[in-house]
Design a protein around this ligand. Structure first.
Ligand code: FMN
Length: 206
């Protein structure tokens, strides 16, 4: 049985481009894997929360020295990692906020980057332990950040996600983006249709 983690994060509710497309992805995925399990997290409605000081300080202690309070503080991180490890496919839907992901996605990432569980530093440098997953990033940008745009270098959404997920071992990443959503509105419908077709194709290839 396949498992998909589906993360939404837009604060725009049902009008959101990234939500509309991630919902189309999830529907298509469920048709392809009728017995598959979807773990859905709406991080805008139910944020995972920031990393706590207690969790970070507990994480520096050797496991055998951790108190019940330390273990409790680390539980949200270990739960998020267990969930991630249980998934075959990960779908991250994100609007661009201040040139990067919404802080709710950043907080989720902060919970899955756990030394000793999802990565470690060895003699050969860092090693990611989250292998064999396929990740899909669906983003929507108010401006346009295509490679030929003068704004391209300001896109710290998908490039950042690719870097941090790759650091953890997730190197099989597909991305779809809506460009110029707030400025080239006439082209948004066309991009949404093209994205729906791309989603159908990506899910068919799974
Ligand atoms: C708080 C906030 C910050 C934003 N920052 C940016 C930005 O830095 N660059 C940009 O191109 N668009 C920015 N936008 C516009 C959104 O990226 C754009 O409306 C996008 O299509 C929203 O995605 P959604 O339809 O999935 O909600 C911002 C919007 C909001 C609400």
């Amino acid at each position: 049985m396949k498992t998909l983690i589906h993360l939404d994060s837009s604060l725009r509710g049902e009008e959101s481009n990234s939500r509309i497309l991630s919902s189309a992805f999830a529907k298509s995925w469920q048709s392809k894997f009728p017995d598959g399990k979807i773990i859905y997290r709406d991080l805008a409605k139910n944020p995972i929360g920031h990393l706590t000081s207690e969790a970070v300080q507990a994480s520096y202690k050797p496991v055998e020295q951790r108190t019940p309070a330390d273990i409790a503080a680390l539980k949200p991180l270990h739960d998020a990692v267990d969930e991630l490890m249980s998934a075959d496919h990960i779908l991250i839907a994100a609007p661009m906020y201040n040139f990067t992901v919404p802080s709710s996605i950043k907080a989720w990432v902060d919970h899955i980057v756990v030394d000793g569980r999802t990565f470690s530093f060895g003699a050969n440098g860092p090693e990611g332990y989250v292998k064999g997953k396929k990740v899909f990033i669906i983003s929507s940008h108010g401006g346009s950040y295509t490679p030929d745009s003068p704004w391209a270098a300001m896109n710290m959404l998908t490039p950042w996600l690719r870097n941090i997920l790759g650091f953890l071992g997730m190197t099989d990443v597909e991305s779809i983006s809506i460009e110029g959503a707030d400025f080239a509105k006439d082209q948004v419908a066309q991009q949404m249709n093209a994205s729906r077709e791309k989603i159908t194709q990506l899910v068919a290839e799974l």
